[in-house]
Design a protein around this ligand. Structure first.
Ligand SMILES: [Cu+2]
Length: 388
């Protein structure tokens, strides 16, 4: 008995010692993790990072001309367009004030015209624009880095919900969300400096934000870099987004909240409705370079953006146009709430099919669009060598 209790005491001492060693090892390990966490801050100003070609003193934010001395952008400069159109690139060398005025639209719209599926859509339009638009995606906005973006939003008194806009291109509270809340009948204005070039999403961020986005409140804003991108022959604005309808039958469908919660959209579409870019294909000629300013509005799915029968000749990943593009890609990943700038070249006459290459979405849910390349064949690039 006594012997056994002595053994037990030794066991406890041994366990205690092992425990102590483990704790000490853990301390050392965590200490190392902690110090490696701290390391990048030191390295960021050190020789390693400079050797890698990164110099934080080269701020990518341009010198900001005081806004009190900025002129309005030239009167003939276009800053808004409805999908799939893009305003021309902004190539001026000076900063300016860019004024844009949106109006909120609340509609019931055909989101799958071929099958008669209707949905309550909310969105944005260019104020005063008489073009028939459903407001989703909202118009694309274009300005230049360093510009003051003077944005006004009006929610007509005939609407029923408050809305706002969160611009991913805007630095400040919620991308301007709090300062742009407009109840029906209200108008509000913000001024925001566009600090970074790129292609950015904007969306309503009022109340139940997923609900507002699910009804169609999103679009893109392109901020051109100080050094313009190499020119393209065509520029297009394409937005991918999701609908969560409780029905795919003809008539008015409702928001399926279970599907929204499960992130299982009934439709994934380009430019606001099923068939937007298949009923009205984009057209380019052989030899043309076509550039796409693409936004993935989500809500939830990443996009695997791919041109069937072609390549992305250039990809400005994440739409970050300050950085050089990668060249010669097949499929580019665009996160929800992200964007990309991609170029393709129409090498041979054919129909290039734009898809989200998660192909269930393309084949069954609507994430498909056509780019028709017209012109002379080039058998050096493609030739069917048997008769069909
Ligand atoms: Cu809203």
């Amino acid at each position: 008995m006594e012997q056994s209790s002595t053994n037990r005491r030794w066991e406890l001492i041994l366990i205690g010692a092992l425990g102590g060693i483990l704790v000490a090892v853990a301390f050392i390990a965590f200490g190392q993790i902690g110090s490696s966490d701290a390391a990048p801050a030191q390295a960021a100003t050190g020789d390693d990072v400079l050797a890698a070609g990164i110099a934080w003193e080269d701020d990518i934010i341009p010198f900001l001309v005081p806004k009190a001395s900025l002129p309005l952008a030239p009167a003939d400069e276009v800053h808004v367009a409805n999908a799939p159109a893009m305003p021309p690139a902004i190539t001026r060398s000076e900063q300016a004030i860019v004024e844009v005025h949106f109006e909120v639209v609340e509609n019931v719209a055909l989101i799958d015209p071929a099958n008669g599926v209707e949905f309550e859509t909310w969105g944005y339009k260019i104020a005063g624009d008489s073009a028939p638009v459903i407001g989703t995606p909202g118009p694309v906005i274009r300005a230049r880095v360093g510009d003051v973006f003077r944005f006004t939003v009006t929610n007509p008194a005939s609407n029923t919900h408050p809305h706002n806009v969160d611009f991913h291109a805007v630095t400040g509270q919620g991308g301007g969300a709090e300062a742009t809340v407009v109840a029906p009948g209200e108008t509000r204005t913000i001024e925001a400096r566009l600090l970074y070039p790129g292609v950015f999403m904007y969306h309503c961020a009022f109340g139940d934000v997923p609900e507002h986005i699910a009804h169609g409140m999103y679009g893109g804003i392109v901020v051109d870099p100080e050094t313009p991108l190499p020119p393209a022959d065509h520029e297009f604005y394409v937005v991918q987004s999701e609908y969560y309808t409780d029905s795919l039958e003809p008539g008015l469908s409702d928001l399926d909240r279970d599907a929204l919660l499960d992130e299982e959209p009934s439709m994934v579409v380009f430019n606001g409705l099923k068939g937007a870019l298949t009923e009205n294909p984009l057209e380019i000629e052989v030899g043309d370079r076509a550039r796409f300013f693409f936004v993935n509005a989500g809500i939830d799915l990443d996009s695997n953006f791919h041109p069937i029968g072609s390549h992305w000749d250039a990809v400005w990943q994440e739409g970050a146009t300050y950085s050089p593009p990668i060249r010669g890609s097949q499929t580019t990943l665009v996160p929800a709430g992200g964007g990309v700038v991609v170029d393709l070249i129409g090498q041979v006459p054919s129909r290039i099919i734009l898809v989200d290459h998660a192909l269930t979405r393309a084949f069954y849910k609507g994430a498909v669009g056509y780019v028709d390349v017209v012109g002379d064949p080039n058998p050096e690039i493609f030739e069917a060598t048997t008769e069909s």
